[in-house]
Design a binder for this molecule. Structure first.
Ligand SMILES: *[C@@H]1O[C@H](CO)[C@@H](O)[C@H](O)[C@H]1NC(C)=O
Length: 291
């Protein structure tokens, strides 16, 4: 009897355990249409590999874009992207999260700025917290992002926001609310992506124009993985400390990640708003609040 009881208890708690941890999460990676919808130019987004991957097209007529069907409050979003190869100057591929609120915007941006053949892509990141952006950083990648798929990830929990390229953190924004520094926490965000022409600013500050004779331009996406608290969804999800993305291993960089992050900042960072004295005569507080 006692054994029977503890067995049922064990099964019940196992069930609760699975429920508590797995409820907001479905099997990953997902097909494109499970998580996303086209928001701009249906004819320029083609599903391939049974909907598990997509091709984005930019031509003279249009770019294109897609967005998650739902919004999320905390979590981790990743996808594999293969950028426009060859002469991609003037094209911008973006992958970002956005609260979609005009008044007080929260936004986490990855922007991939194309370049002339043989010149390095630039990855620009930016963070809007409580309506304030202007936090651009830029790095040049240590590989050719158009030769192969690489994983781009945004981790967002109560302690920090981390942008990853593969397993390398390229940007960390800590929650330093205690020092009066805003941190996105109150608004859910959707996941977005676009491929478009921005040759008025993207490549060498707009000097390099898009070469339409090379069009159409193609970028590829696959392995869509969103794990987070959907909104609308279970009301207590976002504050549940047992969500895996809130776990101890995700609250700060590991020693290995910290080493990789330092390596990126020393060897690959080409612009940092924190040190741009012409824009910020006074160093913004989050720049010195520590990692
Ligand atoms: C493009 O290549 C030039 C020359 O190597 C480099 O200065 C620039 O940072 C690269 N990226 C962009 C987006 O202009």
């Amino acid at each position: 009897m006692a054994i029977y009881l503890s067995l049922t208890n064990a099964i019940a708690s196992l069930f609760l355990f699975v429920l508590a941890f797995a409820l907001p999460i479905t099997g990953r990676p997902a097909t494109f249409l499970e998580d996303f919808r086209v928001t701009w130019s249906d004819s320029h987004i083609r599903q391939i590999d049974g909907g598990k991957a997509i091709q984005l097209v930019l031509d003279r007529n249009s770019g294109c874009g897609f967005a998650s069907k739902r919004q999320y409050l905390f979590g981790r979003v990743s996808m594999k992207i293969k950028l426009v190869p060859g002469d991609s100057a003037g094209t911008v591929t973006a992958f970002y999260m956005n609260s979609n609120t005009d008044a007080v915007r929260d936004e986490l941006d990855f922007e991939f700025l194309g370049n002339r053949t043989g010149q390095p892509y630039t990855v620009q990141t930016n963070i809007y917290a409580h309506g304030k952006g202007d936090r651009e950083q830029r790095i040049n990648l240590w590989f050719d992002p158009a030769a192969d798929f690489h994983t781009y990830t945004i981790l967002w929990n109560h302690r920090q926001i981390v942008f990853y390229v593969d397993d390398v953190p390229i940007r960390v924004y800590k929650n330093n609310e205690a020092r009066g520094i805003p941190f996105p926490k109150f608004q859910s965000m959707g996941v977005y992506s676009t491929l478009w022409e921005a040759d008025n600013w993207a490549t060498r500050g707009g000097l390099e124009k898009i070469d339409w004779s090379k069009a159409p331009f193609y970028a590829y996406y696959k392995d869509f993985d969103i794990e987070g608290c959907p909104v609308p969804g279970p009301a207590n999800c976002a504050s549940n400390p047992r969500n895996w993305w809130e776990g101890i291993n995700y609250q700060v960089l590991s020693a290995l990640e910290a080493r990789k992050y330092r390596w990126v900042r020393i060897n690959h960072m080409i612009y940092d708003y924190c040190t741009d004295k012409s824009r910020n005569p006074v160093t913004p507080p989050e720049c010195t609040a520590g990692f």
